[in-house]
Unconditional design. Structure first.
Length: 337
């Protein structure tokens, strides 16, 4: 286990270094001057030059790179030109909203894909199985930005059931920040009404993400369940008089969940890449919207920081699943012992 952690830690540092280097130089390739955006349309050349010098943009590119990488070693992601605050401070403010959306969406994605896969396997080859496959494939073929706007049109404009965007109603008083996750903070404050408001705001952006990924998760879960049902232990359990429910929940699901969880975890990476679009559509105050607004004015530091943080989150999840997999599947513990 220690050897695994050491190897994965070394590879993770190398990957983060490569990502930081590539995104730093690619962001400088864009033919734009962020200092000119910040100074304004009618700013004098002297004002633009002053802002450029203030943020170190007048130095040679290699010198900027060395200074930036040196700051990363101390947790310094630079300073945002748009907000005039350290990027690390902005990330601490916006990251909890993004993590809450991603974790909620991923949990909903796993539950929905397994539920649909169980229904498809129970009525394999029938109209239920076919309907699930058709609708999940349609959902995956719709662009996430169009899907988000369609959900807003139906559930906000037509039905009026859910808010069009935002994380919490503007006129409502948010709970005192404890964890940064509104669902948890509202429960800690004992405010069930505020919990319902925070949950309602989460549903549409999470649905846009989940529907777009559901075909992959359902298909993998369905295939894993069919494979397990064909194994000898299922025939043995049936021969001993075990019912379909007991076979499914006590045996088949336990053996099928480990490989599917490892495979579907890759989808978390897609969620991270799509979160920018979803946050822009639903005005969700996370790092995706923060990076988009920064990119509009060519504010380099937040864009590079988003790439690094997204990579780090994906690497941590991948490592966590590598450690979790042997616990879920005893056969892996025996193979590695």
């Amino acid at each position: 286990m220690l050897g695994l952690l050491a190897r994965r830690g070394a590879w993770s540092l190398l990957i983060l270094f490569v990502v930081a280097t590539l995104t730093f130089f690619l962001s400088r390739v864009v033919p734009a001057d962020p200092a000119a955006f910040l100074a304004g349309q009618n700013a004098s050349p002297e004002a633009v030059a002053r802002i450029r010098a203030e943020y170190g943009l007048d130095r040679p590119l290699l010198s900027q790179y060395v200074a930036y990488m040196g700051g990363l070693l101390h947790g310094d992601f630079g300073r945002s030109i748009r907000t005039n605050r350290p990027v690390a401070e902005d990330l601490r403010a916006f990251l909890p909203a993004t993590l809450e959306l991603l974790i909620f969406s991923f949990a909903l994605y796993l539950l929905a894909s397994w539920f649909l896969a169980i229904l498809a396997v129970r009525w394999r080859g029938g109209w239920v199985d076919g309907t699930i496959r058709v609708f999940t494939m349609l959902g995956s073929g719709i662009p996430v930005f169009w899907l988000g706007m369609a959900l807003q049109f139906v559930f906000f404009y037509r039905l009026g059931w859910l808010p069009i965007g935002g994380r919490f109603p503007i006129r409502a008083i948010p709970p005192p920040p404890v964890t940064g996750f509104l669902l948890i903070d509202t429960l800690l404050g004992g405010n069930l009404h505020a919990f319902g408001q925070a949950l309602a705001a989460l549903l549409l952006p999470a649905a846009a993400i989940v529907i777009n990924l559901l075909a992959v998760g359902t298909r993998m879960s369905r295939a894993a369940l069919i494979t397990e049902y064909a194994r000898p232990y299922v025939r043995t359990a049936r021969g001993k008089g075990a019912g379909p429910g007991r076979i499914l929940y006590r045996h088949v699901l336990r053996n099928a969940i480990a490989p599917v969880l490892a495979a579907t975890s890759i989808q978390f990476g897609y969620m991270i890449s799509w979160v920018i679009l979803v946050e822009v559509i639903f005005d969700w105050p996370g790092i995706g919207l923060y990076a988009y607004q920064s990119f509009e004015v060519f504010d380099y530091a937040p864009v590079v920081a988003l790439a690094i943080v997204s990579t780090l989150v994906f690497l941590v999840i991948s490592l966590g699943l590598d450690l979790l997999y042997p616990w879920l599947d005893p056969r892996m513990r025996e193979a590695t012992s």
